[in-house]
Design a protein around this ligand. Structure first.
Ligand code: AMP
Length: 192
């Protein structure tokens, strides 16, 4: 199965993707992780996107589509989980074309529904926990960038909900439930 996890920053996409990797041998394709990796390893592309990411804005479609294209050529194992991709309609069209090219298709786009108020708390907590554990804190996990990330989500990514609804691929899960309950809800959708 190939699925997309949709939802604003802090909705729990990464957490749920990690569970699907562990339990279903799926492959998580997080463009955010790939971009952060490119920054850490200091590639030209990584340097180019750094300031944009720190502000909380989206990087160009061309860059993220290129990253995804490379990964789709690898082993699909239990299927791909697209985490944080697509984020624009152009990316959604590109994903469909890429999957088609590889003889694959998308099974579902799962929306993790949450309320904005809790996103700020979750993200600020994520930053605090990382700091306490001596781990690096994401440069965009601060209130100022978060405001921009949310705005980007509503302006550019939320139209994908209509897009996948029209394609009869959209499923919804209450992302405010406890993590294991959200996982169980996703599992129920995938096994239906
Ligand atoms: P994330 O880890 O998914 O929250 O992504 C962190 C940042 O990486 C975002 O705020 C964007 O700057 C960039 N990014 C990640 N995925 C995409 C994407 N699909 N399209 C554009 N920018 C992205």
């Amino acid at each position: 199965m190939n699925i997309i996890l949709l939802g604003p920053p802090g909705a729990g996409k990464g957490t749920q993707a990690a569970k699907l990797v562990a339990e279903r041998d799926m492959i998580q394709l997080s463009t955010g992780d790939m971009l952060r990796e490119a920054r850490t390893s200091g590639t030209e592309m990584g340097q180019k996107v750094a300031a944009v990411m720190d502000r909380g804005e989206l990087v160009t479609d061309e860059i993220v589509i290129g990253l995804i294209r490379e990964k789709l050529e690898g082993d699909a194992k239990g299927g791909f989980i697209f985490d944080g991709f697509p984020r624009t309609l152009a990316q959604a069209d590109a994903l469909e074309a890429l999957l088609d090219e590889m003889g694959m298709s998308l099974d579902a786009a799962i929306e993790l529904r949450v309320r904005d108020e809790i996103l700020v708390d979750r993200i600020v907590n994520r930053a605090k926990e990382a700091a306490a554990a001596g781990q690096p804190v994401r440069a965009d996990d601060n209130e100022e960038s978060l405001k921009i990330r949310l705005m980007e989500y509503y302006k550019k990514t939320s139209p994908l909900l209509g897009y996948y609804h029209a394609k009869q691929k959209l499923k919804r899960v209450d992302g405010l439930q406890e993590v294991p309950v959200v996982s169980a809800s996703i599992a129920a959708l995938l096994d239906a």
